[in-house]
Design a protein around this ligand. Structure first.
Ligand code: SAH
Ligand code: ZN
Ligand code: ZN
Ligand code: ZN
Ligand code: ZN
Length: 420
């Protein structure tokens, strides 16, 4: 889909040269598209680019993949193969072509219903950054949505949540929740129909399936028979918040347009799952959002696992425009209700009388600094030189522009210690 317009700034200079680059790949190695804003592109280069794009399409369309799936499930277990190298379900006529690839045999219906287990996670940090929810967190999210009365979930970059909803819907008769997955990972088109999955880029709001896919999404957002919709998204953490926010606002607008009265002044309910150190960036774009204390855990991310297991605690939180008091967090996992703040907080998150709020962001107990007039991390101290609280180890009075991620001086967003 469309590229994004960036600006190159050199240290200290205000004006920079503007250029277009790929919205989805933040690493030039994944996509080397680059074009100065004012650059004239020759016919030959344009033709070469179109040829390149044509030759890099997936081997099958979504429609073809849906047909292939129908044929695949008719096969006896002994003939159901999945090529691990091509990440593709194989039909017997294709075995020959993949004969020197590794493959799995006897793919069961259960495996077909949990593609996120069958496919390997695309972990390349800068593009897909596929970190899958731990079962506990996924279970928690789904139960929370159900308890809040939602019956439709727009899953944007949350294949595992989508999968949990789909498989429960196919197993339990009374289970009435539906989900539509929007994701850039086209491998999922092998397992879901066009009504269940749209190939989508959340950095530029591009539907690869064109108007038909857009219409599928629009229809899904119509709250027929009072079935309330919520959007849940878990974008790659390296992604630009402004690009994501712009796309999410377009999805919200889509929801709003489905109702003649425009849903009064309401916003489409949303869970945006993202690290706590992006709080101020998210609130810049969505002032109605607040951050919940719940720590979201991941399966394939060694660092982002629950504190109780002895590992580092996950920095990932839920940002939502729902009333915080409605988001009930499990006591058995160490959360309590603060009656002053009217929200659930981590048990070690102390209510500060001076700030009049439970101020910890990372689950540890924070301390109040009277000079800064706010609570700060327990490991920080007040530096009289810098006139603020900071790490013990720091070089005083670095007047650099702050990092776009954490706001601190001395490094750029690409080198932010919060992200690594
Ligand atoms: N925790 C989630 C997965 C989050 S990982 C779960 O378990 O369901 C981030 C997801 O966003 C991945 O599924 C990845 O494929 C998707 N993604 C990455 N870049 C994207 C983009 N530009 N547009 C849409 N989806 C994207
Ligand atoms: Zn193969
Ligand atoms: Zn409180
Ligand atoms: Zn305080
Ligand atoms: Zn201080």
């Amino acid at each position: 889909g469309p590229a994004l317009l960036f600006v190159k700034t050199s240290q200290g200079k205000e004006e920079g040269r503007r250029f277009y680059a790929c919205s989805a790949c933040r690493d030039r190695k994944d996509c080397n598209f680059f074009q100065w804003e004012d650059e004239k592109v020759s016919e030959t280069r344009l033709a070469a680019r179109e040829e390149y794009n044509r030759s890099h399409q997936p081997p099958f369309t979504h429609r073809q993949n849906v047909d292939r799936y129908k044929n695949f499930v008719l096969l006896p277990l002994s003939k159901r193969r999945f090529c691990q190298e091509c990440q593709q379900l194989l039909l017997p006529a294709e075995w020959e072509k993949h004969s020197d690839h590794q493959f799995l045999c006897g793919i069961t219906t259960t495996q077909l219903k949990s593609p996120s287990q069958l496919l390997y996670p695309l972990e390349n940090k800068k593009t897909n950054a596929q970190y899958l929810f731990a079962d506990r967190s996924c279970q928690f999210l789904l139960n929370l949505l159900i308890d809040l009365g939602f019956r439709r979930v727009l899953s944007v970059g949350t294949p595992r949540l989508h999968e949990m909803i789909q498989s429960r819907a196919s197993q339990e008769e009374e289970f009435s929740v539906r989900s539509l997955l929007l994701d850039i990972d086209f491998r999922y088109s092998q397992f879901y129909t066009e009504d269940e999955f749209c190939h989508y880029n959340m950095f530029n709001h591009h539907f690869f399936g064109g108007e038909a896919a857009r219409e599928t999404c629009r229809k899904f957002l119509c709250e027929e028979n009072g079935e309330r919709v919520i959007m849940v998204t878990d974008p790659p953490f390296g992604g630009l918040v402004e690009a994501l926010a712009s796309s999410f606002k377009k999805l919200m607008a889509m929801w709003k347009e489905t109702e003649k009265e425009g849903h009064d002044n309401k916003e489409m309910p949303m869970f945006w799952i993202f690290p706590y150190f992006f709080e101020s960036r998210i609130l810049d774009f969505f002032p109605s959002f607040s951050m919940m204390d719940y720590q979201v855990d991941y399966d394939n991310h060694a660092l982002y696992k629950h504190g109780k297991t002895g590992r580092r605690q996950s920095p990932v939180r839920i940002f939502t425009n729902l009333t915080p008091s409605m988001i009930v967090l499990p006591e058995e996992e160490g959360y309590r209700f603060c009656t002053v703040c009217q929200r659930y907080v981590s048990s070690s998150n102390q209510h500060c009388e001076i700030c009049n709020s439970c101020t910890s962001k990372d689950g540890r107990r924070w301390k109040h600094c009277v000079l800064c007039k706010k609570c700060v991390k327990p490991s920080w101290f007040h530096c009289n030189n810098c006139n603020c609280c900071t790490l013990q180890k720091h070089s005083c009075e670095q007047t650099d522009v702050g990092c776009f991620v954490c706001g601190r001086a001395g490094h750029k967003r690409s080198a932010c210690p919060s992200l690594s």
